[in-house]
Design a protein around this ligand. Structure first.
Ligand SMILES: *Cc1c(COP(=O)(O)O)cnc(C)c1O
Length: 429
């Protein structure tokens, strides 16, 4: 088995005594690549150092939030300053209004927004709101799309086999899961025939704006427009889960890039600047169904927390001031060009999908249309590639179903060094 340095090994053994599986979120256990995780001592910019003193160039960025890189001064200073005036109040504060204004300004479909503490809370609440607003029970999601771990959404959520209304997790009642209709992504015919037969029962379609939790899968031309028009036609809502893509792929996320106006949108990750934050927002008439104005209950002791709001605002400000989205796209393009050239030279069968600073390399020649194509890549090859890279100081996600992230702290030199390592690793496999 692939293990880490002696201190990480020791800590992982100790962690397993008191934390289930030694981790607070399953993918961190490295089980998808067969091995054990390292423990972080510190991180700065594009680099992570583990407790054994080994350094890595990081392509995970805390699974998306760290778009400026690790520990950016703009955020650490803000947190220090704001904390001096109090850490949590549980009563309105100025930062939450500024955050809401910023989201509404950057994302035109969002007229009103409510803050919460994670992406899971955002999607869970958006689903409840859509059901309350439409007075319908069924929701439609797509196979392989992950929307956090609430009961209604933990169906075919990622790398699981194609199932219909079968929960992915023990503990989710089948009667809940049955209200979640799962369809293959990028298939207009099945969507149209479902709505033709059951359109009146459907409260909402929820979709990852660009599905990025089972590899990175891109929509076929016209597919997102179809989601929009079909929900309108049948009186259902379209919920865009932009927890990963929001404030990463542009000021208005994928909906900005694709010129779409979803009814509701969910956010998280980047808007928290590394602190625990989620948000959901959209049409004012729908949002006003929330308590205290309306009948749909939703709440949170720490929601709108001043530290989290201020950290998120500092991150968004930096992105804007530094023309971050254009810079991230150009870093992504630089990486893509080098990588494609390398893989072609080495004759490695592959597909490479990229959107701005998000990327995913698949070891397969199949076109990647949906999760069933992702599942057919050469997983054994991926494992060897992952461990080879980690050994040489490149930290990619420890699973073939995750998307990689480039941050503003990465330089062209980091990316070129990474490609050099890729070349060395490929030569050894
Ligand atoms: C990460 C993610 C979530 C869940 O967010 P958490 O903060 O982990 O609860 C939901 N949807 C998408 C698209 C995500 O990438």
């Amino acid at each position: 088995m692939n293990v880490q340095g002696p201190l990480s090994q020791k800590m992982f053994a100790a962690a397993k005594q008191v934390i289930p599986g030694g981790v607070n979120s399953p993918v961190r256990a490295f089980r998808n690549v067969g091995g054990e995780p390292f423990f972080v001592r510190r991180a700065a910019g594009s680099r992570i150092e583990d407790i054994d003193g080994k350094h890595y160039i990081d392509y995970i960025g805390s699974w998306g939030p760290n778009i400026l890189g690790h520990a950016p001064v703009a955020i650490t200073n803000t947190i220090h300053e704001v904390a001096k005036s109090g850490i949590s109040f549980g009563i309105p504060n100025l930062f939450e209004v500024e955050m809401a204004r910023t989201i509404c300004e950057w994302v035109p479909s969002v007229e009103k927004v409510r803050m919460c503490n994670s992406g899971t809370e955002a999607t869970m609440s958006a689903i409840r709101l859509a059901r309350g607003f439409t007075k319908r029970d069924c929701i439609v999601k797509f196979d392989g799309c992950y929307h956090g771990h609430s009961d209604s959404l933990l169906v075919a959520a990622g790398s699981g086999a194609l199932t219909h209304g079968e929960p992915d997790s023990a503990g989710v009642p089948r009667s809940f899961a049955e209200k979640t209709i799962v369809l293959p992504y990028n298939d207009p015919e099945v969507l149209e025939s479902l709505f033709a037969s059951r359109g009146e029962e459907i409260a909402a379609i929820i979709v990852e704006s660009y599905p990025a939790n089972a590899g990175l899968v891109l929509p076929r031309a016209g597919y997102l427009d179809l989601l929009s028009s079909i929900t309108k036609k049948y009186g259902a809502l379209l919920i865009f889960d932009e927890v990963m893509t929001g404030f990463r792929l542009g000021q208005a996320g994928v909906q900005g890039l694709e010129s779409l106006t979803p009814d509701l949108s969910c956010f998280g990750k980047v808007i928290g600047g590394g602190l625990p934050v989620g948000a959901f927002g959209g049409r004012a008439d729908v949002m006003d169904f929330l308590a205290p104005l309306g009948p749909v209950y939703q709440a949170g002791t720490l929601s709108g927390n001043p530290l989290a709001m201020a950290a998120g605002l500092a991150q968004l400000r930096e992105l804007k001031n530094r023309s971050g989205f254009a810079r991230l796209d150009s870093l992504g393009a630089h990486f893509e060009q080098g990588l494609r050239q390398l893989l072609t030279e080495k004759g490695v069968p592959h597909r490479f999908n990229r959107a701005g600073s998000m990327f995913c390399l698949f070891f397969t020649e199949r076109e990647i249309v949906n999760v069933s194509d992702v599942m057919k890549q050469d997983l054994g090859f991926f494992k060897k590639f992952f461990w080879g890279c980690l050994d040489k100081g490149i930290y990619l996600a420890p699973s073939p179903y995750e998307t990689g992230f480039i941050s503003l702290a990465h330089t062209e030199a980091d990316l070129d060094d990474t490609l050099t390592v890729f070349g060395e690793v490929l030569a050894e496999i």
